[in-house]
Design a protein around this ligand. Structure first.
Ligand code: BES
Ligand code: ZN
Length: 990
């Protein structure tokens, strides 16, 4: 059963050991720009080009043709261009004189003046760009970016137009999207020039660059819109530009559009004119105000027939949500969140939002979840639109988080931008942290602290204990690497280590550091070290130094977390009035060939709570293997990493593990909801790493029968469901399922099926009921099925929080008629989140013929949008009855999948993470290896290695821990049968 937190299409329930939550999809590859066969549209473009060339400008053809040719060395749809060979050459075999991914530093763009005329009937785009450049070193050439467009004219003048510099050569290197211009006389140091291009291309549903999307209007007609997605490097597909994040400039746009459309840009519209040339045809030109200095990847423009709703912040920023007219009212919720969060951030960062307006736009075809374009954020429909009568608490929370995330980027990322993509983690890790802080401000009832631990810290810990993890900071030397760093490590581990620093310094010092950093680099670029420097200064200036021995060395501490992969397992021993703390790297499989002496070390802030000791004991390991501090002689128990603020796991001697179990089972108020979840998560993870007996996590799980906190439930479900999945064909499966049913029973009874209670109670209800159905608690299954048939037969609406569960149960236990009913509802649904729930439910079928049919029509793409195929993969991979069929389908349709998703890695990554990492037998391991052998997966290759490691761990667990689990369960059920009263529910604080 799909987890409730699934509004976005992101995976939100990672396997406890598998590759884990991917923060998002691999955007740019989705569009298939490196697809090796020419699409019909591209082929048509070539014909036009050839025609043009014959007609007039031979030069044009010379540089336009290569844009459509396969990359060098490509021979078939599964192979991908090798990394750039020693010397770059143009498609014509001419040497391309510039050999670097990075542009030369001699020329800097200052201002872009852009005119665009997209035609939403023919999809043709005609454009002109004038780029004012400054020369910082005398040079006789310019290199900039352009991709897949025809350049019909190029000119270079001095800025005052007095001298025309002739461009003697124009060469293209499609592999790196570079254009090389040589000039007949050197460009002079300090001089300003204007470089102009005229260009054209065709809008496609490419999901990147300036691309086409569509929706169905209330009257059934098909409406087109043109929108942009530039990050990380697709601005160059919309207009020729210097497409690197640190090459900031201002942008001015003039957009020609039909009067029935609205054009949006980063800044507000300044004026609109009738175009005399087109008089009577309803063609207008909108001129927009010039932007502030910004990166190309943050530029955005949209032409649509959307409607909007607006509101104003205290700081007088006009916030609008734009959507298809029939959906726009569903934007009310997001607008409200945006207004609240924008004011909050202004205060939090100590700097105002820089623009007079902020538009949030719902885009029907969208590869990522959302994008932070400055002043013009774009979203998947399901990340922005919320309809209270059908959307549950999980969806509402998701919308809040996404808005809070993209708004945080308006400062962190937009105002101050990473100098190069290797510091991307700072952008995304930071926005992920603020996602929770901002959402927590807008909606305190969400209890975002628990969510942060679950989705950032624990997700990062799960992935980062694999051998094939990687450090947060990575070198980026080719475009595939840029793609591949938008991952769990950048997002979740990035957020978790920033949070650890914030907790170590205290929020006021951390905020003061951020403020220094943002002011110092405002409208400019920065590196990770610049942030540490600013935070260090703030720590030094703070009046009251944080606990311990003065402020830490921020750079040294953070380097230890960002420059090496993995994280430590901290062992804590209290003995004879001394608390000894040791660190060693934690990996699930033993690290290969590592010697103890060169094991990595971290700067670890640790807080411990000891029985009968007031307050917390702070201990710090400053890059040393161990430290000993004095502590109370007598302590019945001790617990470290209070509230799980540190990015590591902790273990203790057996007697303290036993004492902590007692504490947990007794419902002690010494443990916060985060602590309870963290103890359970650490125990399961240590067991998976072969370091703890299976009986410990099992025994800890029995605390669920009294648990009312969301986080302990969520982690327990994550792990126990994983065990159930590993044991699906084993005799231990039934006793484990029985055990889970017994754990659930008390809360199940308390929560009931009617939607009431706080946000957290609703989320807990959705989780517990879904779990109850998935472990086949008879009354839960019956109830869900009744709700389904009441909906199907009597039209009774299902309570929003239970929809996913009820639809999926209806399909799982239903017949073809039920599946068809849900399918029809899916086709007709207009509310985006409802459509998602229905699509996911369709993957819950157990009927092989239906599943085959479902996979086939989903991949065909007419009835299921390409962006949503991932939901199909997720739901069928999680369905025991469908998993092997999906695997077979993927293998049989490999070429189709590659073609459709452009040979890119986005969908491949998803398939690997969702499906492959769940396998648990030697046979499957070999099958996976054999299938992928020789296939170049580009940026998904790390995911494959991680999935293979996950399978090995699954196999090992089945082999070495199953027996202990079985023995413990047998003993437990004997005691239970002997009359140990079933535990009663009791409320912990949430
Ligand atoms: N900047 C990203 C979107 C992005 C990522 C674009 C990679 C191109 C390449 C955006 O801020 C983001 O992180 N979006 C998330 C949603 C967020 C709430 C985690 C996403 O798309 O999943
Ligand atoms: Zn982001």
């Amino acid at each position: 059963m799909a987890d409730a937190m699934s509004a976005s299409g992101r995976t939100t329930t990672p396997p406890p050991n598998g590759p884990g939550e991917r923060a998002l999809y691999n955007k740019a590859e989705y569009a298939g720009r490196k697809a090796v066969v020419c699409s019909p549209r591209r082929a048509a473009a070539v014909l036009v080009l050839v025609f043009l060339a014959v007609l007039a400008i031979a030069l044009v053809a010379a540089f336009a043709r290569p844009a459509c040719l396969p990359s060098t060395g490509v021979v078939g749809p599964t192979t991908v261009a090798p990394p750039v060979a020693t010397r770059p050459t143009t498609a014509d075999g001419e040497p391309f004189p510039w050999d670097s991914l990075r542009l030369p530093p001699a020329v800097l763009p200052r201002r872009y003046e852009l005119l665009l005329q997209p035609n939403l009937t023919t999809f043709a785009v005609v454009g002109r760009v004038k780029i004012q450049i400054t020369v910082t070193q005398e040079t006789s050439f310019i290199v900039l970016h352009s991709r897949n467009m025809t350049i019909t004219k190029r000119e270079l003048h001095t800025s005052d137009d007095s001298v025309n510099v002739s461009i003697t050569r124009l060469l293209l290197y499609p592999e790196r999207d570079q254009v090389y211009l040589s000039v007949n006389e050197s460009l002079q140091l300090g001089q300003n020039y204007t470089l102009s291009f005229e260009f054209n291309y065709t809008l496609r549903e490419a999901l990147e660059g300036f691309y086409l999307s569509h929706y169905t209007a209330a009257n059934g007609s098909k409406r087109y819109l043109a929108t942009t997605q530039f990050e990380p490097n697709a601005a160059r597909a919309a207009f020729p530009c210097f497409d690197e994040p640190q090459l900031k400039a201002t942008f001015q746009l003039a957009m020609v559009r039909h009067e029935s459309h609205t054009a949006l840009f980063n800044t507000p519209r300044r004026s609109t004119a009738d175009l005399d040339f087109y008089l009577g045809a309803g063609i207008k030109q909108d001129d927009f105000f010039e932007t502030v200095r910004m990166s190309t990847y943050l530029v955005a423009f949209i032409v649509s027939d959307y409607a909007h709703i607006s509101d104003t912040t205290d700081g007088n920023v006009l916030v609008s949500v734009w959507a298809p007219p029939h959906l726009v009212q569903q934007g009310q919720f997001a607008a409200q969140v945006a207004v609240s969060v924008l004011d909050f951030y202004t205060d939090y960062f100590g700097l105002p939002y820089q623009l007079p307006k902020l538009d949030l736009v719902a885009i029907p075809d969208f590869a990522a979840g959302a994008m932070e374009n400055w002043g013009l954020c774009t979203f998947r429909l399901t990340s922005l639109l919320y309809e209270p009568s059908s959307g549950g608490s999980a969806i509402q929370q998701w919308v809040t988080r996404v808005v809070a995330h993209e708004l945080a980027h308006q400062w962190f990322g937009n105002l101050v931008t990473m100098e190069w993509w290797n510091d991307l983690w700072l952008n995304e890790g930071f926005a992920t942290l603020m996602e929770f802080i901002g959402a927590g401000h807008a909606r305190p009832e969400y209890h975002m602290g628990q969510q942060f631990m679950l989705e950032a810290t624990l997700t990062a810990l799960a992935l980062d204990s694999l051998r094939d993890s990687h450090p947060i900071s990575v070198e980026v030397t080719d475009p595939d690497q840029i793609e591949s760093i938008f991952d769990t490590i950048s997002y979740s581990k990035g957020a978790a280590v920033l949070y650890m620093l914030m907790k170590e310094l205290g929020q006021p010092v951390f905020k003061a550091g951020l403020n220094k950093y943002l002011r110092r680099h405002s409208l400019g670029s920065a590196r990770t070290a610049d942030l540490w420097a600013a935070v260090q200064e703030a720590a030094a200036e703070a009046e009251t130094p944080p606990a311990g021995d003065g402020p830490p060395d921020v750079q040294a501490m953070m380097d230890s977390w960002t420059r090496q992969k993995s994280y430590p397992l901290i062992s804590v021993v209290l003995s004879a009035g001394r608390l000894t703390v040791r660190q060693a790297p934690f990996t699930q499989l033993p690290a290969v060939g590592a010697r103890q002496s060169d094991a990595p070390l971290w700067h670890v802030p640790l807080s411990c709570r000891l029985h009968r000791r007031a307050g917390l004991l702070a201990v710090r390991l400053n890059g040393t293997a161990s430290v000993t501090v004095s502590a109370p002689r007598q302590s019945a128990w001790y617990y470290c990493n209070v509230n799980k603020t540190g990015v590591y796991r902790v273990t203790y001697p057996a007697d303290n593990w036993a004492a902590l179990q007692q504490l947990l089972l007794a419902g002690s108020s010494h443990l916060s909801v985060q602590d309870r979840a963290a103890i359970i998560d650490d125990a399961f993870s240590l067991n998976r790493a072969d370091l703890l007996n299976a009986s410990v996590p099992l025994r800890l799980s029995t605390s669920l029968s009294r648990e009312a906190g969301l986080a302990p439930w969520a982690v327990s479900r994550r792990h126990l469901d994983w065990w159930l999945q590993l044991l699906y064909d084993q005799p231990t499966h039934a006793p484990l399922q029985h055990f889970v049913r017994r754990l659930i029973a008390p809360q199940y009874g308390q929560l009931g099926w009617s939607e009431q209670g706080s946000h957290v109670v609703r989320r807990l209800r959705a989780l517990v009921l879904a779990w109850a159905v998935s472990v086949r608690l008879p009354e839960a299954v019956a109830r869900a099925r009744t709700l389904f048939s009441d909906w199907r037969n009597a039209g009774l609406p299902v309570p929003p929080d239970l929809r996913q569960l009820v639809y999926s149960t209806g399909v799982e236990y239903g017949d073809t008629g039920d599946w068809q009913f849900v399918w029809q509802r899916y086709l007709n649904a207009t509310t985006p989140t409802e459509k998602n729930s229905l699509l996911r439910a369709l993957g819950a079928s157990t009927d092989p013929l239906i599943l085959e049919h479902f996979l086939r029509i989903s991949l065909a793409g007419e009835l299921v949008r390409s962006q949503d195929f991932v939901l199909v993969v997720e739901s069928t991979a999680a369905n025991q009855a469908a998993r092997l069929r999906l695997w077979r389908f993927v293998r049989l349709n490999w070429h189709k999948i590659l073609d459709k998703f452009g040979g890119g890695t986005f969908m491949i990554d998803n398939i690997i993470q969702e499906l492959v990492s769940r396998f648990s037998t030697q046979l499957e391991l070999e099958e996976v290896r054999a299938f992928f052998d020789g296939k170049d997966l580009r940026s998904a290759s790390r995911s494959l290695r991680q999935a293979l490691e996950s399978i090995q761990l699954n196999i090992r667990w089945r082999g070495s821990h199953q027996a202990a689990a079985a023995a413990w369960l047998e003993d437990w059920s004997r005691r239970e049968a002997a009359g140990a009263a079933p535990p009663t529910a009791r409320h912990w604080p949430n």
